[in-house]
Write a protein that binds this ligand. Structure first.
Ligand SMILES: Cc1cc2nc3c(=O)[nH]c(=O)nc-3n(C[C@H](O)[C@H](O)[C@H](O)COP(=O)(O)O)c2cc1C
Length: 344
């Protein structure tokens, strides 16, 4: 069985391969924002900024949690934090369990994520385990986090040869964390989506930030298949594309919870997808796989310039979508004309 740090390296390699992607769509191509030939605004006046966790972001985007706890992961996080700061977007890091267990601090991240929200990360099962609440507090303190993301990944854990199977008590412990924590609690999936029922359960426990992380992007069942034995692969075969699409999860979470901060993710590909998610009701959009593929090349060399360029392209694309829907602000974009097609 590989240890936690080896597994993180394997996950990074596998997540960059085409086989890591869901074979079903996140449904964002069904979202059609209506073209307005009379925008009546200056394209240069389009304002993509928004507020999140008491910070003003340049665009409604977050780099989602990926890694940490081993030298390669730490270098990636530092580079991501610096780029997030340069672009005025939020950053969430990957699970802090490995680094906390090894008593290795990731505190350097706070200075790199200058002027932007820095969000910690821990698994729901780990939170519900012995000492989980104390671990969450250490995770927050270590990086001076503005919030902590708790990830729910029951499908991934069952697909994982060494995964956790006992999911009792996660919801109640989340409720305790909400009460005890001085920073907001965000809850996220990792690519199978948050249902309306799960969102309601979370809201009932006081969680106010939910990242739906839907089906249609990085797919952990597929990633874990390549690490499993043939019998486990057979067992998991019908569940390869199990989950709730990004669009369905986003629509139901927003409909259920008018006041919550809803983050859309799961296979976001470009700035037009960001615009589509905002139109569907998300406050923020996040992405992971697409960013690591650009940041780290095939020799594991970091190419921050490539991610820097990609983020500029996304911002331009978001602006174009806003201009062509006659939306000067994100608030205006939310009420722009558009439709969700039944089929592409
Ligand atoms: C290499 C890699 C590692 C990840 N590790 C974590 C993690 O430690 N904690 C977590 O909450 N999510 C983790 N995720 C899930 C992402 O945060 C995100 O929810 C998911 O990949 C869906 O977004 P995407 O389709 O844009 O990749 C990881 C994703 C990738 C690609």
């Amino acid at each position: 069985m590989p240890d936690l740090r080896e597994r993180k390296g394997e996950h990074l390699d596998l997540a960059k391969m085409p086989s890591a992607m869901a074979q079903v769509e996140n449904s964002l191509d069904r979202v059609r924002l209506t073209h307005q030939a009379l925008p009546e605004i200056d394209a240069d006046d389009v304002d993509t900024s928004t507020k999140f966790l008491n910070y003003r972001l340049a665009m409604p985007l977050m780099i989602s949690g990926m890694t940490g706890g081993m030298p390669r992961g730490d270098a990636i996080n530092l580079a991501l934090a610096e780029i997030a700061s340069q672009h005025g977007i939020a950053i969430c890091i990957g699970s802090q369990r490995a680094s906390l267990m090894a008593k290795q601090s990731q505190s350097e991240l706070r200075a790199r994520a200058k002027g932007v929200p820095l969000i910690g990360n821990l698994g729901g099962v780990q939170l519900a385990g012995e000492g989980g609440l104390a671990l969450a507090q250490r995770a927050i303190d270590d990086i001076g986090a503005d919030a902590i993301a708790i990830h729910l990944n029951p499908l991934q854990e069952l697909a994982q040869p060494e995964g956790d199977r006992d999911w009792r008590g996660v919801l109640a412990t989340l409720g305790e964390l909400v009460k005890k924590s001085e920073v907001p609690i965000m809850v996220k999936e990792v690519g199978a989506g948050i249902s309306a029922k799960t969102a309601r359960q979370l809201m009932d426990q006081g969680v106010r930030i939910i990242d739906v992380a839907g089906l249609g992007g990085t797919n952990w069942t597929r990633i874990e298949q390549s690490r499993s034995d043939p019998l486990r692969q057979d067992v998991m075969a019908p569940f390869l594309d199990w989950g709730i699409s990004t669009v369905d999860a986003l629509i139901s979470a927003r409909a259920e919870h008018k006041d919550a901060t809803i983050i859309a993710s799961g296979g976001i590909r470009h700035g037009l997808d960001v615009a589509r998610c905002v139109w569907l009701g998300s406050d923020l959009v996040s992405a992971a796989g697409v960013f690591i593929k650009v940041l780290e090349d095939e020799n594991q060399t970091l190419r921050p310039n490539r991610l820097d360029a990609l983020l500029s392209v996304w911002k331009d694309q978001l602006k174009i979508a806003m201009f062509l829907t006659a939306s000067k602000t994100l608030k205006a974009l939310k009420t722009a004309e558009g439709e969700v097609l039944m089929q592409k």
